[in-house]
Design a protein around this ligand. Structure first.
Ligand code: FCB
Length: 509
């Protein structure tokens, strides 16, 4: 790996005192997004061809020899077996069984049936030359009542899965919580209820005792911002609530839970490296006005730092909520500055696209935030799910998060694209656009590593086509095609074959 010079000025494991950089992104603003008035003006000739950066990236990007090439999934999205072997109902089970919530009425009841087919999936991972597999544990399998005793059958499933991965020479990277809260805990108030943080810590203790001897690396949460925002404020994800004040309380419980679960895991397995998977993104103000730039900075701190800064420093980013109301809005009690601390051993980053942000003087329900933010709404070509393809933002955010966190080792815990390509007459899935996407993003990542970002692994989202939350099965992110109409047959896509070569050679051409 090249030197860490560009990011090594900041002390390790201490959040940089520097404010986030002014939102004035070289590529996003001055290059790709020329913004005038209130409308997004796309300069002629920009878009994908400019995005396919010819100049900036190397013709052949070389990754470090020991780089962890991987793929990611999540329990609810692939396992199926939603009510087997003592598993209880999660908020996602409840949500998908509520009419009107999910496109086409799809559910994860069966999904990819990885609960039964994991040996086949692991054989496919070997075929893809993967060295790391990121998956999540279903709380409802392991501790069905959300409190109290463990369910041995649930734990046995994860023991079998993890042992099989280890036998195959693949590092297991479990996530403790990828959005599937036991419904019984939602009924008790869910994430806005402070008690849920203690429930998470108890669950973490069960997991560490039962599985800790097999696990060296662990992520506490997947995308804490997304599941609180979409679950409690926007209501598009389970449990479908739409109260911005509940949402704020949820963010604080989640931060408390992060600290408590971190300590619970370490208490049992001190050598375990514990981190998290945080969604990060660049912000572009909708216009060059000072008000929109300030709004974009608030959204930047909120989105990228709200769950990282408390873990590393015990305090929230300033300038997001009104200082005199913050404690009351969050339910922050004296001593919480210690409880939220979690000196993360590694930082997992999920990156897909950027936001366009404007000042919303009318407010948005969160006191003082006053933003209106559009996800993945840049001017570039879109993937099939409609997300703007913006690879330079990957470089920027990796560099910035390294700087903010003082060089904690980074793993890319998710990145990938939805392309809904079906098998051709020969049964082959020729998804060339996914290859183009991955090539572009991986070259941006290679540049960040070359410029000193301490990135040690990359997980493509996803190993398999799977249940894409509110989109159901309509969006295919997999390196492996799953035929949901014909016995869940798996077929390695052209992109999967390409990725296997990348993983074997460490080169992206
Ligand atoms: C991320 C989620 C993951 C998957 C991808 C496409 O936000 O963490 O589960 O749905 O998006």
């Amino acid at each position: 790996m090249t030197t860490l010079s560009k990011v090594s000025k900041v002390p390790r494991n201490g959040l940089s005192e520097e404010e986030p950089p002014p939102v004035n992104r070289r590529h996003f603003l001055n290059g790709s997004l020329a913004l005038t008035g209130t409308a997004v003006a796309v300069p002629a000739g920009l878009g994908l061809s400019a995005g396919w950066a010819h100049g900036a990236e190397d013709a052949v990007a070389e990754f470090p020899k020991d780089f962890l090439w991987g793929a990611a999934t999540a329990a609810y999205q692939v396992e199926g077996a939603w009510n087997l072997d003592g598993k209880s109902e999660s908020i996602w089970d409840r949500f998908v069984h509520t009419p009107g919530r999910i496109k086409n009425g799809d559910t994860g009841d069966v999904a990819c049936d990885s609960y039964h087919r994991y040996p086949e999936d692991i054989a496919l991972m070997q075929q893809l030359n993967l060295r790391s597999y990121r998956f999540s544990l279903a709380w409802t399998r392991i501790q069905p009542n959300g409190r109290g005793p463990a369910n041995d059958k649930g734990l046995d499933y994860y023991k079998r899965l993890i042992d099989s991965l280890l036998q195959a020479g693949i590092r297991p990277l479990p996530t403790l919580y990828h959005w599937d809260l036991p419904q019984v805990l939602e009924d008790a108030g869910g994430w806005p209820n402070r008690d849920t943080s203690d429930r998470l810590a108890d669950y973490a203790t069960i997991v560490a005792r039962a599985l800790g001897d097999r696990i060296d690396h662990f992520a506490v949460y997947n995308e804490p911002k997304t599941f609180t925002h979409l679950g409690y404020w926007e209501g598009k994800f389970a449990p479908g609530r739409t109260d911005p004040l509940d949402f704020l309380k949820a963010t604080h419980t989640v931060n408390l839970g992060q600290g408590k679960a971190f300590r619970a895991l370490k208490a049992i397995r001190p050598a375990m490296q514990v981190g998290g998977a945080f969604d990060v993104a660049p912000m572009a103000p909708a216009t060059p006005s000072a008000a929109d730039k300030a709004a974009a900075e608030r959204w930047y701190k909120f989105l990228n730092l709200w769950f990282v800064k408390p873990a590393l420093t015990g305090s929230y980013p300033e300038g997001v909520l009104p200082a005199d109301q913050q404690a009351a809005l969050l339910g922050f009690r004296p001593g919480d500055e210690t409880l939220v601390r979690a000196p993360l051993d590694f930082l997992g980053l999920n990156y897909y696209s950027g936001w366009i942000v404007r000042h919303a003087p009318e407010g948005n329900g969160v006191p003082g935030l006053d933003t209106h933010a559009d996800w993945a709404a840049g001017p570039h070509e879109k993937t099939d799910i409609g997300w703007d393809i913006y690879a330079p933002g990957f470089y920027e955010l990796v560099m910035e998060m390294a700087r903010h966190t003082g060089n904690i080792p980074i793993e890319i815990t998710e990145n990938g694209a939805a392309y809904n390509v079906m098998p051709d007459a020969h049964g082959d899935v020729r998804d060339k656009r996914r290859i183009d996407y991955l090539r572009l993003y991986l070259k941006a990542l290679a540049r960040a590593i070359r410029d000193g970002a301490p990135v040690r692994g990359y997980h493509c989202w996803s190993l398999l086509d799977n249940f894409e939350w509110a989109e159901g099965y309509s969006q295919r992110f997999g390196l492996i095609f799953v035929d949901f109409k014909n016995g869940l047959k798996r077929t390695v896509k052209e992109s999967g074959e390409w990725y296997a070569k990348v993983a074997a050679s460490g080169q992206v051409a």
